[in-house]
Design a binder for this molecule. Structure first.
Ligand code: SF4
Length: 453
């Protein structure tokens, strides 16, 4: 009965044999991009003008109800010129993947590299590879190496140093992995690492030990069957989180194959996708992708946002397109030293997210991966930010501040001190203005009357 209901709700989940499709999202090097094959990109330029006129002059671009967001002065156009792309190419996600910045030489044409950045790139060796989409590169400050978005994706020498307490796999994910590519830590849910590929590599990535390591653009397909069998045979698993790498760099066909296989498993109630694609590759959120995703509800998407400058017209349009398909959107933000570690920056980020229908979900203390010392703040800094938000802004704009406990302890929430103690049958509380209040704690009163004390 339950299975039939799910079949109707969640796309093609018939029992016919399904072959893993080609999940290579990137055209081979010598293939010319055929514009007829390209999905229409999210109506990016159509949102830029208040009067509804399209910047590209192309007819038929969909106008979305996005509040106008000011873009940094002409950066996109400048970079578009540097890459010598047509507007159609720029708005094509496969063109963006094919033209990622992968080397010191290509990056030095986009920004003026500092000595530190240059030396880090020259001695990168076995470390996390460099990759930045042309779109995200267009948001980087050309001259300032301390620009928040630039620090997040351009390596510096500090990432080659190991500090106290750092490890390759600080969360102990490998130890909780019953089959390759699957982490089973909590009884009712699993993390399914479906690819090691990302369009853009974040220098503070928790999985820097494994992302971007395979020679193929995507790896993992061979392991999908083993992971799916494990999920099928463990009836306690009701929630599957697809992550990686970035699942939304897979082709539409590969994503649909995975989603439809998961939806055939009766005990899997929800599927979540963790992605940074709307932020670093918003062109990926095509109408065709969204039309496919909405066949697999209940589907949730958590997006990795880091800084308010990431909320551009392109990213806004991508998020609103997903939200319009009924997909609840959350954000996960890593607390990063001198990038986003102050109340005002976080407030701008979280307010901006609510405007594009993304609910701030988690604020993470940065994991102690090897080479992360220059990114990590004190835990007090995170508590100070939560204290500066709670009560001072909309409750929905305040995420849960968590530490993913080293060694595999899972997420542990942290809160500033609001409970100050007891006074008789009352509990003493401090509010956001540092004022004290008494709350009658009825259970302790009842226990008192029942003579338990
Ligand atoms: S997008 Fe996610 S998985 Fe990819 S490099 Fe960034 S943090 Fe790591």
């Amino acid at each position: 009965m339950q299975k039939n209901a799910r079949s109707i709700r969640r796309g093609d989940v018939s029992g016919r044999a399904m072959k893993i499709p080609d999940f290579q999202a990137i055209p081979s090097g010598d293939r010319q991009t055929d514009q007829n094959e390209i999905d229409e990109p999210p109506s990016l330029s159509a949102n830029l003008n208040n009067d509804g006129a399209s910047d590209s002059g192309q007819p038929g671009l969909e106008l979305l109800p996005v509040r106008p967001i000011k873009r940094p002065p002409s950066r996109i156009l400048r970079k578009q010129f540097i890459f010598r792309s047509t507007p159609a190419e720029w708005n094509d996600w496969q063109w963006q993947l094919k033209n990622r910045i992968r080397s010191l030489d290509s990056l030095s044409q986009i920004v003026t590299l500092s000595q530190d950045e240059r030396e880090a790139l020259e001695s990168n060796g076995e470390a996390l590879p460099l990759a930045i989409t042309p779109y995200y590169a267009s948001l980087l400050d050309k001259t300032n190496p301390m620009h928040p978005l630039r620090r997040a994706v351009v390596p510096v020498k500090a990432e080659l140093c190991r500090s106290f307490g750092e490890a390759e796999d600080p969360l102990g994910e490998d130890a909780d992995s019953p089959v390759h590519g699957l982490v089973h830590r909590y009884p009712d849910r699993v993390l399914f690492l479906v690819t090691d590929f990302c369009s853009t590599y974040c220098r503070y990535c928790t999985r820097s030990r494994m992302v971007g390591r395979s020679s193929a653009e995507h790896s993992g397909g061979a392991n999908w069957e083993a992971a799916l069998s494990y999920i099928e045979s463990n009836t306690a698993i009701r929630d599957v989180l697809l992550s990686g790498g970035d699942p939304l760099t897979l082709s539409d066909e590969a994503m649909e194959w995975l989603l439809s296989r998961l939806c055939r498993i009766p005990h899997v109630e929800i599927v979540r996708i963790g992605t940074k694609a709307p932020v670093v590759l918003p062109q990926r959120i095509t109408p065709k992708l969204v039309k496919m995703l909405k066949r697999y509800h209940p589907l949730w998407i958590n997006i990795h946002f880091m800084h308010p400058e990431e909320i551009t017209p392109e990213t806004s349009a991508a998020c609103i397109r997903l939200a319009d398909a009924g997909i609840p959107l959350g954000s996960q933000t890593v607390l990063l030293k001198e990038i986003n570690d102050d109340v005002e920056t976080m407030k701008r980020l979280f307010h901006g997210l609510l405007k594009i229908r993304v609910r701030p979900y988690y604020l993470y203390q940065c994991d102690p991966i090897t080479g992360s010392g220059h990114f990590r703040t004190t835990v007090e800094k995170g508590l100070e930010i939560i204290k500066g938000l709670r009560g001072h802004t909309t409750g929905m704009a305040v995420p849960s501040f968590v530490i993913d406990a080293p060694g595999g302890g899972g997420k542990i929430p942290l809160l500033p001190e609001y409970v100050m103690g007891r006074y008789g049958d009352n509990i003493l509380l401090k509010n956001y203005e540092e004022l004290m209040f008494k709350y009658p704690d009825t259970s302790s009163k009842r226990r008192f009357e029942e003579g338990i004390y």
